[in-house]
Design a protein around this ligand. Structure first.
Ligand SMILES: [Fe+2]
Length: 361
């Protein structure tokens, strides 16, 4: 694989390039507009075709190159659906998976707190945390819908629960450090290690940071993928031509595809199977959804961490045992069922309509 960590000296921003040398597909994470020519030269030097540019959030300190890369190379732009960037091709949701190269996957983990729409990306054992988690720090939470409590929750519950050896690649570092790991941050990040939620909120409320230099310019520009007025109009026209022939990885498309390969059962059949016993019930929603109500005896296995947690679950040690998996409406569970099949589970059933249908009986 090709993996490059690039640095913008002006704003201390890291940009990442991941590519599969086999089929030449490439992905950028958080590219900076002033480096557009360097990026294109870099792609050309490896003969790469850019498939996606993904943003960890709408940045306040630099302008993205996403829109320009779309214009010049046809790459699709992806930004969280909570960022208000309507011109992005893909409105990213928690749990989405971007595929590229020969079976490579980039998983989306929602990490709100620095901004409402902040997300992290997990590719293999590389975690790209944007401004949510820094090496020995974290992003500020005092503007753009920031929320220190939310940041504490997602870092401690979603990032720090990844395997210790997961490599942490931040969106910035102001001291020349390049990479950290989950164990290092969990055990030594001064804002988080051993700190309660209340202590963290207190720390974040007292940082007294100056307003970012480029915020008034960068935030509105980034909502349009970094393009100015004229460029936007060109981009919209180009996108209308390009879109139908591209393989768009939207959640809907992925769910529709997954449903071709999995087995769905309705609520009545699910009730019957549960009554017969000898079936493992898996709830693949988020922890908060599970806490608000779930099927009796269901074990929690959120889809976003499925591959990482499944090996440690004794209930799922026998891959031939029947599994009934459900989510809120039946979409996430279809994706999770397919993932389980790919992991070797031979008898997975997804409950159509999910918990909502279950409650209606
Ligand atoms: Fe930021």
């Amino acid at each position: 694989m090709i993996f490059k960590q690039l640095f913008d000296q002006e704003t201390w921003t890291y940009t990442y390039l991941i590519a599969d040398p086999a089929n030449k597909e490439a992905v950028f994470i958080d590219p900076v507009n002033t480096h557009i020519d360097d990026y294109i030269a870099l792609l050309e030097s490896h003969g790469l075709q850019l498939k996606y540019t993904l943003e960890t959030h709408v940045h306040a300190d630099h302008i993205t190159a996403g829109g320009l890369l779309r214009q010049r190379l046809g790459a699709q732009t992806g930004v969280s659906h909570l960022c208000g960037a309507e011109t992005a091709d893909i409105q990213i949701q928690d749990g989405d998976i971007f595929t590229f190269g020969n079976g490579e996957k980039i998983k989306v983990i929602a990490t709100p707190g620095h901004t409402r729409g902040s997300i992290s990306f997990l590719w293999r054992d590389h975690l790209f945390t944007g401004d949510s988690l820094f090496i020995g720090g974290c992003g500020r939470t005092d503007f753009q819908g920031g929320d220190a409590g939310a940041l504490y929750d997602c870092i401690t519950q979603r990032l720090f629960t990844l395997p210790d050896e997961t490599l942490v690649y931040p969106g910035h570092d102001y001291q020349g450090r390049w990479v950290s790991s989950i164990i290092q941050e969990r055990t030594s990040n001064p804002r988080l290690a051993g700190k309660s939620r209340e202590q963290f909120i207190e720390i974040m409320a007292n940082l007294n940071l100056p307003k970012p230099r480029l915020i008034d310019e960068a935030v509105p520009a980034n909502r349009y993928c970094g393009l100015d007025e004229n460029e936007r109009q060109d981009a919209v026209a180009a996108r209308e031509i390009a879109r139908p022939v591209r393989n768009v990885t939207t959640t809907e498309a992925m769910v529709a595809e997954a449903k071709q390969f999995i087995t769905e059962v309705n609520v009545a059949t699910s009730q019957q199977l549960i009554a017969e016993g000898n079936i493992v019930i898996v709830d693949t929603r988020e922890e908060s959804e599970y806490a608000a109500g779930h099927l009796d005896a269901a074990v929690l296995l959120p889809r976003g961490v499925l591959e990482f947690k499944i090996g440690a679950m004794p209930q799922l040690a026998d891959k031939s045992k029947a599994v009934l998996i459900y989510c809120r409406s039946g979409n996430r569970s279809a994706l999770a069922a397919l993932t389980m099949q790919q992991l070797g589970y031979t008898n997975v059933l997804s409950m159509a309509g999910g918990y909502e249908a279950w409650q209606k009986g």
